[in-house]
Design a protein around this ligand. Structure first.
Ligand code: PGA
Length: 235
């Protein structure tokens, strides 16, 4: 499968960040190496889709509501993201699971809403430090997959150990391989499985060559064109 390098800007980015994205598009060029995606805050989706129109970089959301429209103040639907020119939407990121109490059942409903809008969901799973230290990483990820994956449709899975996000800590390549092999056994050969958690230019090459790693979900290092391109060019 063709690799996917996805940037998750989280709650970062004012209008000035559009210029950084334009620089990324210039560096990525025709995107021969891999698919490239940026998921900016909702406020920038429309402008970024316009800015990147005709480039190799796609645009996505970081979350969505489970229904298409209605009385849900402050929420955004997957249809709205599609309408703004988005192609993907992240669901079940550990920050949403922690900050907003999102559970597997809700994440599954969100993934299905993304599919109904004609977009590709990126479904995040991953264990906490306590769960890894207790030897439960595989069980936790298996349970999250069982509860969060839609029953059908094309989706992407992102394995993001919670303790590796934004910390500079990364699992050993053996540990990444073990979980990715486990995920592969549940999702089949056509589903892309991304690794996420402290990916940067200096570790991207070794991570991206681990078996069953089909790309990366990148937080901090996706905010600067030089870093993001450094990860893309590690492929
Ligand atoms: P990080 O975030 O690359 O800053 O660790 C990854 C993520 O949360 O998707």
């Amino acid at each position: 499968v063709r690799k996917l390098i996805a940037g998750n800007w989280k709650m970062n980015g004012l209008k000035a960040a559009l210029a950084e994205a334009a620089k990324m598009a210039e560096m990525v060029g025709d995107g021969n190496g891999a698919d490239v995606l940026i998921c900016p805050p909702f406020t920038l989706i429309g402008a970024l889709a316009e800015e990147l129109d005709g480039s190799a970089i796609r645009v996505g959301g970081q979350d969505c509501h489970v229904v298409e429209s209605g009385a849900h103040t402050g929420d955004i639907s997957a249809h709205m993201i599609a309408d703004m020119g988005g192609n993907y939407c992240i669901v079940g990121h550990s920050e949403r699971r922690a900050d907003h109490g999102e559970d597997d059942a809700l994440v599954k409903q969100k993934a299905e809403a993304v599919l109904r809008a004609g977009l590709t969901p990126i479904i995040c799973v991953g264990e906490t430090r306590e769960e890894r230290e207790a030897g439960k990483a595989g069980d936790v990820v298996s349970a999250q997959l069982a509860g969060s994956l839609p029953d059908s449709g094309q989706y992407v899975v992102a394995y993001e150990p919670v303790w590796a996000i934004g910390t500079g800590l990364v699992p050993t390549l053996e540990d990444i391989a073990e979980i990715h092999t486990l995920v592969r056994s549940k999702v089949g050969s056509k589903t892309r499985i991304l690794y996420g958690g402290s990916v940067k230019p200096s570790n991207a090459e070794e991570i991206l060559t681990v078996a069953n790693v089909d790309g990366a979900l990148v937080g901090g290092a996706s905010l600067k064109a030089d870093d993001f391109y450094g990860i893309y060019s590690a492929i």
